[in-house]
Design a protein around this ligand. Structure first.
Ligand SMILES: Cc1cc2nc3c(=O)[nH]c(=O)nc-3n(C[C@H](O)[C@H](O)[C@H](O)COP(=O)(O)OP(=O)(O)OC[C@H]3O[C@@H](n4cnc5c(N)ncnc54)[C@H](O)[C@@H]3O)c2cc1C
Length: 395
């Protein structure tokens, strides 16, 4: 078992450890550091001590893997509405739970979420753990982490899935490090290995050039984040049963170091991840002016404007439009790529589109390998003709 101790002869009572401790578990008493039982053995004080006066001894206790059962999904909400990615995690979570013969549960934190929590049951969730309190209406790292870590320690899920949203990306690593387990971010595939029954977590690696499959053998839960639009959305089922478990919550028992003063919403005309049609521009546009044509076509089709990273890096359009490995994953019915070469990193974000149309003047551009319809030509000739044909067709 791991233990932490202060070497009194070395400690000068300088207080560096007090500042470093994220849990407020250290105080200086009579000139020496004293560590309370709130310590989570994170080690921040050890590395902060200039006198090497704090040491952690012993070994990490082996985890009894047999105690961990079931698949847990983080039921992220914003402004009281369950995020769309949650339904996709439920779809995948149900499949994994069925393969393991285990339960699928969901944890929801928010305020006035009872009806939404009950609604989740109709998507095939066996149990929803609900923390409903005004102080949880808006996401903050500290209380959300404390609550979820506490739940995981009680419920002991085998697998824990979180959406790779801004919130999920902040929350998942905090939870994983507190639980001392692994985390695979931005998974594009999740399967159960039939022999070992471990979760096979696949994600692009080395800039998207290879797909790596990662397993978490010795720690639990097996944690993964998944981007929106990567997994198939769960359907409503006629399956009855399932329950919402309202959890006790005492705001005084959780940390909260951040005060949210104001939310500023980014104005986005059509959400890229929700759009059924996306017209994207790349470096081939040659300058920011090119996006006027892209927007004209997108507006005509009731769609959204996307971009390659090269176009974003040039400063021609904002990052919120970037599609790809380090941008957004999209899955529209129609994706029109204009002046985009088709790098693996771009394809990682739009390869799942139903129909891909590519306009590129280079016939050997890799985008044509994934395109359903390829137009070899100068986009400044093709796009105006396409726009005028659509206008004429619509009268
Ligand atoms: C870790 C990592 C993450 C990355 N993440 C992303 C990401 O999220 N999204 C992303 O897009 N990229 C990403 N990239 C960058 C990626 O590797 C490519 O550099 C980028 O996608 C290239 O953008 P592009 O196709 O617009 O530009 P280019 O590769 O320069 O292609 C421009 C294309 O336009 C064509 N063209 C030129 N003029 C015209 C014209 N007048 N008419 C028609 N066609 C024309 C050319 O033939 C060419 O095919 C990432 C890279 C790394 C290493």
């Amino acid at each position: 078992m791991k233990e932490i101790k202060v070497i009194k002869e070395k400690c000068t009572g300088c207080g560096a450890c007090v500042q470093a401790c994220p849990f407020g578990a250290i105080e200086v008493v009579e000139g020496k550091a004293r560590i309370s039982e709130d310590c989570r053995l994170c080690g921040a004080c050890v590395s902060s001590c200039p006198y090497e006066a704090i040491v952690i001894t012993g070994k990490e206790e082996a985890v009894d893997l047999s105690e961990y059962k079931g698949v847990l999904v983080f039921g992220e909400q914003r402004e009281g509405r369950i995020e769309p990615v949650v339904y996709e995690l439920i779809g995948k979570g149900r499949e994994l739970a069925d393969k393991l013969g285990e339960e699928l549960s969901c944890v929801v934190l928010g305020y006035n979420m009872k009806a939404q929590a009950e609604e989740l049951l109709s998507y095939g969730v066996d149990k929803v753990y609900l923390y409903d309190h005004p102080s949880l209406a808006v996401f903050r790292d500290d209380p959300y982490t404390d609550i979820i870590v506490d739940l995981v320690e009680k419920v002991k899920p085998n697998i824990f899935l979180i959406g790779a949203t801004f919130i999920g990306r902040s929350l998942a690593p905090r939870i994983a490090s507190r639980l001392k387990t692994g985390l695979t971010a931005d998974c594009t595939g999740l399967e159960i290995d039939p022999e070992s029954r471990l979760l096979l977590q696949t994600r692009p690696a080395f800039g998207g050039n290879i797909m790596a499959t990662i397993v978490c053998r010795n720690r639990r839960p097996q944690m993964a984040t998944v981007r929106y639009k990567v997994m198939k959305r769960a359907e409503k089922t006629s399956r009855r049963g399932g329950e919402v478990v309202v959890m006790d919550f005492n705001p005084k028992k959780v940390r909260d170091r951040v005060k949210v003063r104001k939310f500023v919403k980014e104005e986005v005309e059509v959400s890229l991840t929700e759009a059924e049609v996306i017209v994207s521009g790349g470096k081939g546009l040659g300058g920011p002016e090119g996006f006027k044509l892209i927007k004209e076509l997108a507006d005509l089709l009731g769609g959204a404007v996307g971009a390659s990273r090269a176009a974003v890096d040039e400063g021609w359009i904002g990052y919120s439009h970037q599609v790809g490995l380090s941008g957004k994953t999209v899955r529209p019915k129609l994706y029109i790529a204009c002046g985009i070469s088709g790098s693996v990193q771009h394809l990682a974000g739009m390869g799942g589109s139903d129909v891909i149309v590519a306009i590129n003047k280079d016939p050997s551009a890799p985008i044509f390998k994934v395109a359903d319809i390829g137009i070899v030509g100068d986009l400044y000739e093709v796009l105006p003709r396409l726009i005028s044909r659509i206008k004429k067709y619509r009268g």
